[in-house]
Design a protein around this ligand. Structure first.
Ligand code: GLP
Length: 240
């Protein structure tokens, strides 16, 4: 694991955005795995800026990690909506090349199977961005998720529902399930960048990087991956 501790959120975002744009410049048709939440917002803002300066997204293909079950893409708290608002509408990516699991698919099991198949069909993910939950979840893979899981329907834990309630009018509006790429789907990416900022992530980052490798700490599986860069600000990296 390559660990980069930066000063603050802005420098963390810059570090990650530079890694993404280097991938794009090296391979114009890169397949990017994308994350949502507050952690990557600065990265997406910078990618918009890099695009204005000439970085070309016209051949880029993206797959998002997850989506809430029951929210359609035009729901403001859906991850499809987040991606459109924060990145897809800001760069010259082709809509057909952007993939976010469909949280309102009638057959969710089939949605999971076809999502994995679509990733395979383009040759896998070149660079996967990850945030981390305070319980060390990645995507929506909660503690206890088997390392062999592919894209699946997840029951969210109370702690995740609580953490994500800040985006909703009330905790009761937070969906209780999500479709998430599995641990195995994530580990199949050729390169992974895990990012985190703020003191509330310090324990999760410590456990992910230095803890035992166990399904109880989903992000600890990254210790087994050959190409992972962990980019944190000082607060999130304070226990390293
Ligand atoms: C959600 C997402 C994760 C994300 C996590 C952390 O649970 N499914 O992909 O990493 O939140 O979010 P934040 O970056 O807002 O702390």
């Amino acid at each position: 694991m390559n660990i980069v501790v930066t000063n603050n959120f802005d420098s963390m975002s810059e570090e990650v955005a530079k890694i993404v744009s280097a991938h794009i410049k090296q391979k114009l048709s890169s397949v990017l795995g994308l994350a949502t939440g507050s952690s990557p917002l600065g990265v997406y803002r910078l990618l918009e800026e890099y695009h204005r300066r000439g970085v070309d997204f016209s051949q880029i293909i993206t797959f998002n990690l997850d989506e809430y079950v029951g929210l359609s893409g035009d729901h403001p708290q859906s991850y499809r909506y987040y991606m459109e608002a924060n990145l897809f509408s800001k760069v010259n990516i082709k809509p057909k090349n952007t993939h976010v699991p469909n949280g309102i698919a009638r057959d969710l099991q089939e949605e999971c199977r076809s999502y994995d198949a679509a990733i395979r069909a383009v040759g896998g993910i070149d660079l996967q961005l990850l945030g981390i939950g305070t319980n060390a979840h990645i995507g929506f893979n909660e503690p206890g998720t088997a390392f062999g899981t592919t894209t699946h329907v997840v029951d969210l834990t109370q702690s995740t529902i609580r953490d994500n309630a800040r985006f909703f009018a009330s905790p009761s509006e937070v969906p209780t399930q999500a479709v998430s790429m599995g641990i195995k789907s994530i580990m199949q990416a050729k390169n992974i960048v895990l990012m985190a900022n703020g003191g509330s992530k310090a324990d999760a980052i410590f456990a992910a990087v230095r803890g035992p490798v166990t399904p109880e700490i989903p992000a600890s599986v990254l210790q087994l991956h050959p190409s992972v860069t962990v980019v944190v600000d000082q607060a999130a990296g304070s226990r390293l």
